[in-house]
Design a protein around this ligand. Structure first.
Ligand code: IDP
Ligand code: MG
Length: 187
């Protein structure tokens, strides 16, 4: 069997890092790194919910140090799914994708932290389960691209759009870290 083309192989790993790189390179007035807090949309897909993987997903993001600022379980309306996957509407797998995403409830979450967009893409692993590294969520729990357990936004701009699509601003909670923050992030 022919291998994936370079472009296809990269597709599932990519996270568009323009904003993240800029934030990494930024320096505070003291000369240390200045962290730009990002938010991203993560959703446990219907197969992940059926397989009782919600807790594992939450644990991985909490252990990494990210902060949960929104979460809900819902049967995703087709209007949201159509908007969420509008880039894929012409793909042959699109009808099956919408049917899969409608097959049961999803758990949608908003996670916050420095570079959370890029890091969460690394944590979920390659789109194609066969390419997903062990240790990633897809690499640990999924064996087929059409049942790949989890979604995470792939760019800062995409994350902003997806958070607005899935959440009302009143559903997001700005809660204080109470000192935990300083043990995770450098000054
Ligand atoms: P991503 O979820 O890693 O960002 P996308 O290319 O944005 O990957 O695709 C969105 C979702 O569409 C995938 O997570 C997967 O559920 C589904 N999908 C993508 N490519 C295929 C395919 O070739 N066959 C079946 N489903 C696919
Ligand atoms: Mg995507």
């Amino acid at each position: 069997m022919r291998g994936l083309s370079g472009r296809a192989a990269l597709r599932g790993l990519m996270c568009r890092t323009r904003a993240s790189v800029a934030s990494l390179l930024a320096r505070s007035s003291s000369g240390g790194p200045s962290w730009t807090l990002e938010r991203t949309l993560v959703a446990v897909k219907p197969d992940g919910v059926q397989r009782r993987l919600v807790g594992d997903v939450i644990q991985r993001f909490e252990r990494r140090g990210f902060k949960l600022v929104g979460m809900k379980m819902l049967q995703a309306p087709e209007s949201i799914l159509a908007e969420h996957y509008h880039d894929l509407q012409k793909k042959p797998f699109y009808p099956a994708l919408i049917s899969y995403m409608s097959s049961g409830p999803v758990v949608a979450m908003v996670w916050e932290g420095p570079n959370v967009v890029c890091t969460s893409r690394a944590m979920i692993g390659h789109t194609n389960s066969a390419e997903a590294a062990p240790g990633t969520i897809r690499g640990d729990f999924s064996i087929h691209i059409s049942r790949n357990v989890i979604h995470a936004s792939d760019s800062v701009e995409g994350a902003q759009r997806e958070i607005q699509l899935w959440f009302q601003s009143s559903e997001l909670v700005d809660w204080a870290d109470e000192g935990h923050h300083s043990s995770i992030y450098p000054a």
